[in-house]
Ligand binder design. Structure first.
Ligand code: SF4
Length: 406
């Protein structure tokens, strides 16, 4: 397929596909899905080999958020029967983090519900970061606390944070349809604050909220411009008790095409399969490892993932290996530069949480190279059978007396 050959060549050169080419990837048929995976897999292996980075979520504060993100089980008015608790103490959070690290995670993502942290919240999280680093200073710590005010990113960096996550989630033009209490521009501003403070930026998307192919391409191209080091790709978990509970639009093949498109647009960036991996990819998860170089180990913020040992077995069975603490995730040209530039395109140049939807709790170009059957419609695909049987509210780990899944 000419399109795929072109995209592989561009990916190896860190060159951006055109919008039409990205749309054409999303428009490929299920018959072509293995070809798409094989092509994007070449780009993934070129920049990341067969390594899979494991990340571990610690929900520091769960539920009772005043914001109204419609995908999120922790939102204002959510009827989802999730765990609700206030700030974990540093020793509780570091114990949860240690479980993830002993399970193979090299990054711990500290997430708290809410619009954004107060300065006192930043103090609390700083104490937790220090507690984790005292335990094991090789652990990467990413904070995900919502919208940042001036100076807060710098304070988190000083406390030892390595990264900050804040997702764009969807395209600018549809952002107002999923959230009314803050704007797309607010989110961009926080990612830029993280960058400016020297934190590795992590920002991604949620697919499956009823968006069009154009929306998906828009948000991934916007992410390329923002230049995060890691891009979590969430697949909406339509949680009962949230406004998007009936939005079942994804199939495993659609998820693979979305991951492939993201890889082609952000070839040398850590692409992470985030929330919804088990629910939507199901038995096709191993194929997705050929596209993404990073996953979350174990459970999500408010929902349960597959057993941590099953994640590890899947990685080994698929012929991949867990990235070690001493290995550098990013290609040398990205790992060694000062922040700045575009994902792949600029030479100058880590959901993770609730704000990311990472938890998922909660995300045609027919002339782009020929050989691709591209339907004209960009409407969401027909709903798949709802797999509510695969959605389990988290009842273990942080905020409970039960051992975490790691
Ligand atoms: S995504 Fe974050 S800000 Fe939005 S409702 Fe959920 S916890 Fe609140």
């Amino acid at each position: 397929m000419d399109l795929l050959n072109t995209l592989v060549d561009k990916g190896l050169r860190r060159e951006s596909p055109t919008r039409e080419e990205a749309l054409a990837v999303l428009a490929t048929s299920d018959d072509d899905v293995l070809d798409v995976v094989a092509a994007a897999g070449k780009v993934r292996r070129h920049w990341f080999g067969r390594r899979v980075k494991l990340n571990y979520l610690v929900n520091l504060k769960s539920g009772l958020c005043p914001e109204d993100c419609s995908y999120c089980s922790q939102r204002l008015g959510s009827k989802a029967e999730i765990l609700k608790y206030t700030w974990l103490k540093p020793d509780q959070a570091s114990a949860a983090a240690a479980a993830g690290v002993s399970g193979g995670a090299k990054r711990v993502c500290l997430v708290a519900s809410g619009r954004g942290p107060t300065d006192r919240d930043v103090d609390r999280v700083s104490d937790t970061i220090r507690a984790i680093k005292e335990q094991d200073d090789s652990v990467e710590v990413c904070a995900c606390l919502g919208l940042l005010s001036d100076g807060q990113a710098e304070r988190l960096r000083e406390a030892g944070a390595d990264a900050y996550n804040h997702n764009l989630n969807t395209s600018e033009s549809t952002y107002g349809d999923i959230t009314t209490t803050h704007t797309y521009a607010d989110r961009v501003d926080t990612v830029n604050k993280a960058h400016a403070a020297g934190l590795s930026a992590c920002s991604g998307l949620i697919a499956g909220m009823g968006e069009s192919d154009e929306d998906l391409v828009d948000v991934v191209f916007s992410l390329r411009e923002l230049d995060p080091d890691s891009v979590p790709v969430n697949f909406l978990i339509p949680m009962e008790g949230t406004p998007l509970a009936k939005e079942w639009h994804l199939t495993p093949q659609r998820c693979l095409r979305i991951l492939a498109m993201t890889r082609f647009v952000c070839p040398d960036v850590e692409v992470r399969i985030a929330g919804g991996r088990e629910v939507h990819l199901r038995t096709m998860q191993p194929l997705a490892l050929h596209l993404a170089n990073s996953i979350f180990l174990g459970d999500y913020l408010t929902s349960e993932g597959q057993a941590g040992h099953t994640d590890l077995e899947m990685i080994a069975d698929a012929g991949f290996e867990v990235e070690g603490a001493g290995e550098v995730t990013l290609p040398e040209h990205r790992a060694s530069v000062v922040r700045g530039g575009g994902c792949g395109s600029h030479e100058g140049g880590g959901g993770c949480g609730s704000h990311a939807g990472a938890d998922g709790d909660s995300g045609c170009g027919a002339h782009a190279g020929g050989g691709v059957c591209a339907p004209a419609s960009t409407a969401p695909r027909p709903a798949e059978e709802p797999r509510t049987d695969l959605v389990s509210v988290r009842r273990r780990g942080a905020g409970t007396d039960l051992a975490p899944n790691a």
